[in-house]
Design a protein around this ligand. Structure first.
Ligand code: ZN
Length: 328
């Protein structure tokens, strides 16, 4: 199945199409094989996945670095220049890059643009009461869904550079194996938390797919997008819930202000219930480049290990592969 077909079958979004690789076709075959594909990715999670699958055959640039909120991010002039030189642009899609919709749509008219998360079947996507007509874009929180995204990236790379297909295919298969191992580790450490404590309270609603994958209740102060305002009523509801259910830890996110999380902790304290910050999670952005947490696998490993440890479960201090906390 071609990517074009995959994307055009989506009922929800037809904003982006993977155009034919016109630019690549202009070069003689020998030169094409020698020059790495120039890929621009929006988020770090997408960029890392392209690197995993593309290997030496790609050069990848992420527009959004650590701590950057994709819901609010606007492209810079440098970003526009990078996109105008790209052989392939890979976005998350599903309206994650809300402020970049227009520019991505413009580029789709002349460059290959893939909205990778839109490869996830609609039946597997969630809506949200405060997010009418749109799907929850945070599909990277479930390794099984991210594997669907990885396969769409593999197919797009093959379409743009068919002669490198064997490498893309074998690296994608290896990445699938690592995602499966990550999923198994996540299920194990999260399952070590006592059932009543399997509640994840965070700054915004980025963890619905995580909750669904591992059977956790998830609650965000803000909605799906950080652009929504958190009402005082929402904060007071969550404070009551923390007190009633005796929940001892809530989590800050690296790409979202901790102001609302601190309001929760103060609200609970005013009712005589102590709540701690269980740690900082990577919700919509990864850790620093060059660290394990700055990779997709490391980001999720950090999250599940931090969550399990903070809520009374047992998790290895340095995570799935003993790599957490080195060099960061
Ligand atoms: Zn988000």
């Amino acid at each position: 199945m071609s990517n074009r077909k995959l994307l055009s079958e989506k009922g929800f979004s037809r904003r982006y199409v993977l155009a034919a690789a016109a630019a690549a076709a202009l070069l003689p075959t020998g030169l094409r094989a020698a020059t790495p594909l120039n890929v621009v990715a929006t988020t770090g999670m997408i960029a890392d996945t392209v690197r995993e699958i593309g290997g030496d055959a790609v050069e990848v640039r992420a527009l959004m670095g650590p701590g950057v909120d994709p819901h609010a991010y606007r492209q810079t002039r440098t970003d526009i220049l990078a996109m105008s030189r790209a052989d392939l642009i890979v976005a998350n899609g599903l309206f994650l890059e809300a402020q970049m919709e227009d520019v991505l749509g413009d580029f789709a008219a002349r460059t290959a643009v893939l909205a990778a998360a839109e490869a996830v079947p609609e039946s597997a996507l969630f809506g949200h009461e405060d997010y009418a007509g749109k799907f929850d874009p945070h599909v990277w929180m479930d390794p099984e869904l991210w594997d669907v995204v990885a396969q769409a990236i593999r197919d797009a790379l093959i379409e743009v550079r068919p002669e490198a297909a064997p490498g893309f295919t074998s690296r994608a298969a290896a990445f699938t194996d690592r995602l499966r191992a990550l999923d198994a580790y996540s299920a194990e450490v999260l399952g070590s938390v006592a059932e009543p404590s399997r509640v994840l309270v965070t700054a915004h609603d980025a963890f619905a797919y995580f909750g669904s994958a591992y059977g956790w209740e998830v609650m965000g102060i803000q909605g799906i997008s950080t652009e929504s305002e958190a009402g005082l009523q929402r904060i007071s509801e969550l404070v009551d819930m923390l007190v009633e259910r005796g929940i001892g830890a809530v989590f800050v996110e690296s790409s979202v202000s901790d102001r609302n999380i601190r309001a929760l902790i103060e609200g609970a304290a005013a009712q005589g219930h102590e709540v701690r910050i269980g740690g900082e999670l990577y919700s919509d952005a990864m850790g620093a480049p060059g660290t394990y947490e700055g990779t997709f696998i490391g980001m999720i490993d950090h999250n599940v290990t931090t969550i399990a440890a903070a809520l009374g479960g047992s998790a290895p201090e340095r995570g799935m592969a003993g790599l957490l906390g080195h060099g960061s």
